[in-house]
Design a protein around this ligand. Structure first.
Ligand code: CP3
Length: 351
């Protein structure tokens, strides 16, 4: 039984080569995804176990990536909390939460019943994937989920959310408390269903200054991570657009810190590499420039960042306009990064 490179990199073991996977690897830049998406809405794809399993496996089959991330959305567990959500193209909340009644109306969750389609998709993916390919479950961080619930949809800099945080800190506290419990339930259920690793996406981490983040957000995120960590599943913590908070996140309980391209990964590694593996952090926009720049950016990253405890990824998700050749060039550069690179693995496909 071969243990995945991803799990071994998380333990910072010496490896024949670094593991590589990409955030948003299952998405619109893939022709096979667009073909399926032509027939089904995003909600229909993510709401069907067989279709979601097929999409999850697509990028792994095409590029031989070291991990699959379950095809779902950060909004997928919200219906279990009684929240009405649609996609256009990002999550849109039918009745944004702006008062105590909205928070109290949220349904309690438990790991046995939350987001059953995502949970069944993880089991199906785990049986389809070879042991050496890791399966990643994920959720949104409480703050990032709260951002959608309060604002109502994605918005530039989330002004309604920031006004709410300033005016109603007690209510924000109550909302984050509920979300941190439900997201912990959700990740625990994903791990039980076969996720080898879980990633917490704090995509809107950077909206507050450090003092406000410490006071309003940190205790809830820390509690969620602790609860999930008690199961033993490794935790990847991703923060986006928040260079001023990286030092604070490096004090949270997790195994991997994943940062965007604004952060120098080599210097982060030299500061926290004794405690964390690091993940990232090629600028996804560089891939738009084609295979040459993608290869150069990858080789530059491999050169600067120490191999021990480094998981190669982008700094944020693959953009829909990304040429396939750029992703191929990135993956090839990682595979060629060591003479002892493993050959292609057998893959049992589900269709
Ligand atoms: O990474 C993967 O391949 C797994 C699938 C995945 C999706 N969403 C599918 C999706 C993951 C991990 C997510 C997480 C997610 N969703 C985040 C955190 C990561 C990040 O990007 O910061 C956030 C903030 C969302 C919210 C969201 N969902 C947005 C902003 C959008 C629309 C814009 C966009 O980037 O595509 C979505 C819709 C969505 N989620 C799509 C996909 C493939 C596009 C849907 C389509 O086909 O129309």
């Amino acid at each position: 039984m071969t243990e995945s490179l991803l799990l071994r990199a998380i333990r910072r073991e010496p490896l024949p080569r670094r593991p590589v996977w990409l955030m948003r690897q299952a998405g619109r830049y893939l022709p096979e995804y667009r073909a399926l998406r032509g027939k089904h809405s995003f909600a229909a794809l993510a709401g069907d176990v067989d279709l979601a399993t097929r999409v999850t496996l697509m990028p792994v089959e095409r590029f031989g990536l070291d991990a699959a991330i379950v095809f779902a959305d950060i909004a997928s567990p919200l219906p279990a909390m009684g929240v009405d959500v649609t996609f256009d193209p990002g999550p849109v909340i039918a009745r944004p939460i702006r008062d105590q009644a909205g928070i109290e109306a949220l349904a309690d969750t438990d790991p046995e019943s939350i987001a059953p389609v995502v949970i069944a998709t993880l089991s199906a993916c785990r049986s389809a994937l070879p042991r050496g390919t890791a399966l990643i479950g994920f959720c949104g961080a409480p703050w990032t989920i709260a951002a959608y619930l309060i604002e109502g949809s994605g918005a530039r800099e989330f002004p309604t959310l920031r006004a709410f945080a300033a005016a109603r800190p007690g209510l924000l506290h109550r909302l984050l408390e509920r979300l941190s419990k439900s997201m912990a339930d959700y990740l625990i259920a994903q791990h039980r269903a076969g996720a080898d690793v879980v990633q917490v996406f704090d995509s809107w981490a950077g909206l507050l200054c450090r003092e406000d983040w410490e006071r309003l957000v940190r205790p809830h995120l820390a509690r969620m991570l602790e609860e999930v960590g008690a199961t033993g599943v490794p935790r990847i913590l991703f923060l986006q657009n928040a260079p001023h908070l990286v030092g604070a996140y490096a004090q949270l309980p997790a195994e991997v810190l994943s940062v965007d391209w604004r952060v120098d990964l080599a210097s982060l590694q030299s500061r926290v590499g004794g405690r964390f593996a690091v993940q990232g952090n090629i600028d996804p926009a560089v891939l738009l420039a084609g295979p040459g720049p993608a290869r150069a950016a990858t080789l530059g990253l491999l050169d600067r960042v120490d191999a021990a405890g480094h998981i190669v990824n982008l700094g944020h998700g693959v953009l829909p306009e990304t040429p396939l050749g750029s992703v191929e060039a990135l993956v090839e550069a990682v595979h060629a990064g060591s003479a002892a690179a493993a050959g292609p693995r057998p893959f049992r496909s589900v269709t």
